[in-house]
Write a protein that binds this ligand. Structure first.
Ligand code: FMN
Length: 264
């Protein structure tokens, strides 16, 4: 392509941006309605058939996500094949068992719902995209530090698209499930042939969206006062190692699920 030819019609792209009047709450309120009601569910109505149109609507939202260098380093595999879903779920159930046996102490959820989830999208990226971000590529110590950050840029980019997709699914009335328990090397290797994924490509997460099998519940959120800092880091919100250990031991399982004894 001629370097001076823009890849997009700039005038048309700019014309698409339509911000509301500054401070007008209408669009904010509509967005918050979606954000507040996006909720994780791990058991779905497996009889539901997601129309292809819904996959497109949801991925259209992902497509508009922001990304470092506008690289858009994401690919989405819509899985409709029941056999493939079942095979993928097997891995997660095995992982669930492994964690229980290994006494990992993480309150791992029940992954069996994956096998029959109607809305099933595997989110992939190619880690070589880190080279599209600021790096030296000369093997130096400085390069290492920049590469580390480049990896974070890539992961944040894919997360931004995933979040847009999750919100779009919630806006269409679906409960969602964001699954990342797939990063380990053996999981990647098990999954790639199932979906014909090339070796260079990493599976970063799975977006599940479906009508919930039971009424969803809203999980605990930290109050705004606990997370907002004005101008300087408020040390009242700093947690020592002991505070964090204690939180993980005593609070984590209670905030992840409806109640401690009721793991989803
Ligand atoms: C980055 C990220 C990774 C997650 N990974 C998993 C996962 O591997 N398995 C799972 O069951 N839930 C996973 N979740 C879902 C969270 O457990 C859930 O969002 C959280 O408990 C808050 O509940 P809510 O989504 O209903 O607000 C993940 C969510 C995010 C944002």
């Amino acid at each position: 392509m001629d370097e001076t030819t823009p890849a997009v019609d700039i005038a048309a792209a700019q014309a698409e941006v339509d911000l509301p009047a500054l401070g007008d709450r209408t669009r904010y309120d509509a967005l918050m309605e979606v954000i507040r009601n996006r909720v994780t569910v791990r058991k779905f109505d497996s009889d539901h058939v997601v129309p292809d149109e819904h996959f497109d609507l949801i991925l259209e939202a992902a497509r508009h996500g922001p990304s470092g260098a506008n690289a858009q380093p994401w690919q989405f595999i819509v899985v409709r094949d029941a056999e493939k879903k079942a095979r993928m779920a097997e891995y997660f159930v095995a992982e669930q068992r492994f964690r229980a046996k290994a006494k990992m102490k993480f309150p791992t959820p029940d992954y069996r719902g994956l096998s029959t989830a109607p809305g099933f999208v595997v989110v992939c990226s190619d880690m070589r995209w880190v080279n599209a971000f600021p790096v030296f590529n000369d093997g130096s110590e400085k390069d290492k530090a920049y590469k580390e950050n480049a990896e974070r840029i890539l992961l944040q980019s894919v997360a931004a698209a995933t979040m847009s997709a999750n919100l779009a699914a919630a806006a269409l009335g679906y409960a969602v499930w964001w699954v990342t328990a797939i990063g380990q090397k053996d999981a990647q290797e098990a999954m790639r042939p199932l979906l014909g994924i090339p070796e260079e490509i990493s599976v970063l997460d799975i977006i599940l969206f479906d009508p919930p099998a039971a009424a969803p519940y809203k999980r605990w959120r930290r109050p705004l006062e606990e997370i907002r800092h004005w101008d300087t880091y408020n040390s009242e919100h700093f947690m020592s190692d002991a505070d964090l250990d204690d939180w993980i031991k005593t609070r984590r399982h209670r905030v992840m699920y409806k109640d401690a004894s009721n793991v989803d």
